[in-house]
Design a binder for this molecule. Structure first.
Ligand code: SF4
Length: 284
């Protein structure tokens, strides 16, 4: 925080830090379905995954790895058509907690398939959400994470373009510009979800006025890492932490304003512990 005078350390927590609606819904669905199996961890947060495991919600890598007749939960990332049908054959009951914002993109993939259009997903090729989206079309599909990957696409007459829900809005525009250089008629659908967009915008605003930013999230959480990337551009003293134990006193000066934000898969209890730890540091 700029300006003179003597001030103590202050902390502001972003209003949109922590679980988004889709993640909260999937975690609740997994809790209610216990004992059950999910394909991959419900969310990228080790603490929540451990709590769910204690209730009997376990992760399997493939539908065939789930014991026959067991209950299965589809996490918020969703799965492709073939995976869903294998899951339905294997499990006794399937609880589909695909986030509605992701399900909407599955519909678009089906639409592309019906129209015979190639599908381009702007996002991380190996991210389960991107794999799931591509699994709803039998037409040619591509995943592009940046401009270089877009420029490497084959030349196409037409294509439908969507994005991973947690992609960074600004980068989506620049990747789309590169896609347009390869696709004569690119139909672009803006599918970054509102929860991601609002969280990213608020985090950047907070980072603009903060001296130090703490981004709380699981190391494997794609949306938390993107949040860290965004705030790091405007606040050089930004730190990515998984929990309160990682916070070091040496990161702060007495007059600092500290902003805290958290990814969509960070539980409230972890954010509260970070706030409590900052409270202790403020009192020192
Ligand atoms: Fe749904 Fe958006 Fe949350 Fe993903 S980040 S689960 S799309 S609300």
């Amino acid at each position: 925080m700029r300006g003179g005078g003597i001030r103590v350390l202050r902390t502001i927590i972003a209003r949109r830090a922590g679980f988004c609606f889709g993640v909260r819904r999937a975690v609740e669905a997994a809790r209610s379905a216990a004992p059950a199996y999910t394909l991959g961890p419900v969310i990228h947060n080790p603490r929540v995954v451990a709590e769910l495991a204690a209730l009997g919600v376990l992760s399997a890598d493939t539908p065939e790895a789930i014991p026959e007749g067991a209950r299965a939960v589809v996490r918020s990332h969703g799965v492709g058509r073939d995976t869903l049908s294998r899951l339905e054959k294997r499990a006794g009951q399937v609880c589909d907690a695909t986030c509605p914002f992701v399900a909407r993109i599955h519909d678009m993939a089906r639409e592309a398939e019906s129209a015979g259009l190639p599908l381009i997903v702007v996002g991380e090729e190996r991210h389960p959400e991107v794999e799931g989206i591509r699994g709803w079309t039998n037409c040619q599909s591509y995943a592009v994470a940046d401009e270089a990957a877009a420029m490497a696409l084959p030349a196409m007459e037409r294509a439908l373009v969507v994005s991973q829900t947690t992609f960074i809005a600004e980068r989506f525009e620049s990747v789309c510009a590169a896609i347009r250089a390869r696709v004569r008629e690119a139909q672009v659908r803006k599918t970054i979800c509102p929860a991601t967009r609002d969280r990213q915008q608020e985090a950047v605003r907070l980072a603009q006025s903060a001296d130090v930013m703490l981004v709380v999230g699981g190391r494997e959480s794609s949306n938390s890492r993107k949040l860290f990337e965004l705030v790091g551009k405007v606040c050089p003293r930004s730190h990515f932490i998984e929990d309160a134990r990682e916070i070091e006193n040496t990161w702060f000066h007495p007059a600092d304003l500290v902003g805290i934000t958290a990814g969509a898969s960070t539980p409230d209890c972890t954010i509260k512990e970070v706030a409590a730890r900052m409270n202790d540091i403020e009192k020192q």
